[in-house]
Design a protein around this ligand. Sequence first.
Ligand code: ADP
Length: 164
Amino acid sequence: MKIAVYPGSFDPITNGHLSILRRGLDIFERVIVAVAVNPEKSGLFSIPERLEMINEVIANLPGASVDTFDGLLVDYVESVNSNVILRGLRAMSDFEYEFQMALMNRRLKRRVQSVFLMTDYKWFYVSSTIIKEAAALGGDTNGLVPQVVARRLREKFGLPPKTK
Ligand code: ADP
């Protein structure tokens, strides 16, 4: 069985992430969304909150599962019997960082391959950071993130529930 690991912060998961996950599932039999636990970066949502949202979103996606990891990603990948790191690419600015990480991960473990999928043009500008910035100022994030995430963002920032 071909398993891929899709690592990231997912703080919170967006439709851009989801698109990569869906398309990853067209290639791999299982894709594990692996939320990186970084004690130095607390983020907006706690790890349990992120997992809860992801679990809700992947409930109807056969082959998708969610997990957390700390330490070296390549070690985690091996521990789940995989040798594939799945990542999404948006702009050129992603490329430099992703290229550096892919080379480092390959240096750390040669048999682990990084696979990149280009984002769908619809999600080109979507990042967790920009979503949080818009939501914090009362911006409507519906259509850019799963419904559960839009609702949790409104709750987080003390905004009223969506009326329309
Ligand atoms: P990290 O903190 O490792 O950058 P993120 O949660 O921000 O993790 O992103 C995880 C992965 O998803 C990265 O490969 C990132 O490039 C990709 N990604 C994020 N947003 C999008 C998007 N809108 N379209 C495609 N890929 C995306």
